[in-house]
Design a protein around this ligand. Structure first.
Ligand code: PGA
Length: 250
């Protein structure tokens, strides 16, 4: 059974383990998908959301959860990887979610990692989110250095979709998905903090001991540029769904 509490502005749902956290996250997404025709979902990649996506796929296959009207915008993409590259975030989304549900893939958006003019394609991405009415429900993970999307420490609260240099910490953390560390791209395109904070509702999912310290800092330290996730304290409707291990410092 999960436990709920409010810490400052942030609602925290503490689940027994990562499986329960995935189910809790999926429940919040399913409710939004069912109640809002044309829902605009903000989606995330990484190790953490995989189980939640599996649960959404199960809800689609067994319970008829209908994605046919939904749109999506992903948070980020590596610079230099084509969507056909197995470590690109476009590939991740197709493989872990879109290929298994009835979403119209032409309505799924991932920032372009390859473009002749990256600043222009970033502006285009911002414009496209606005034209669709903004993100209704945004999923986030959290980096062990406090990043949300690829907004690394030092990312200001008014930042927008842009190209960013990945930190050594992030490169090391993400090396597990590649053959070796040298293969991890050094740059990414990411939605900004301001872009993320404009979502109407935000769910941050975090599991495991290695996230306990940063989750506590994000929720309890004053909002600071050094821990970009702490800017979520300024959002009116943000929930952290965590397992007991990640809740250890709360
Ligand atoms: P993870 O990444 O889910 O692979 O831990 C989270 C993040 O970097 O946002």
């Amino acid at each position: 059974m999960s436990e709920q509490k409010n810490i400052g502005n942030i609602k925290v749902i503490i689940c027994k383990d990562k499986q329960e956290a995935a189910q809790e996250g999926a429940k919040i997404f399913a409710k939004e998908i069912k109640t809002k025709p044309g829902v605009v979902l903000g989606l995330a990649t990484g190790g953490t959301p995989v189980d939640m996506y599996k649960e959404l796929i199960r809800m689609h296959k067994e319970g008829g959860l209908d994605f046919s009207h939904a749109l999506s915008f992903n948070l980020d993409e590596y610079v230099g990887l084509l969507g056909s590259h197995p470590q690109s975030y476009r590939y991740f989304m197709d493989d872990n979610l879109f290929n298994h549900i009835n979403i119209d893939k032409t309505k799924t958006h991932v920032p372009k990692g390859i473009s002749q003019d990256i600043p222009a394609s970033c502006q285009e991405y911002e414009k496209s989110i606005k034209e669709k009415g903004g993100v209704d429900l945004q999923l986030l993970g959290i980096g062990s250095n406090g990043h949300i999307a690829f907004n690394e420490p030092g990312s200001p609260s008014d930042s927008r979709t842009r190209e960013i240099d990945l930190t050594e910490k992030t490169i090391k953390d993400n090396a597990r998905f590649f053959e070796n560390e040298a293969e991890v791209p050094r740059k990414a395109v990411t939605m900004g903090i301001a872009t993320i904070l404009e979502a109407k509702k935000i769910v941050l999912l975090a599991t495991g001991n290695n996230k306990a310290e940063v989750v506590a800092k994000a929720i309890k330290s004053p909002a600071t540029i050094d821990i970009p996730a702490s800017f979520l304290q300024n959002h009116p409707d943000c929930v952290f769904v965590v397992d007991e291990e990640a809740a250890n410092g709360l």
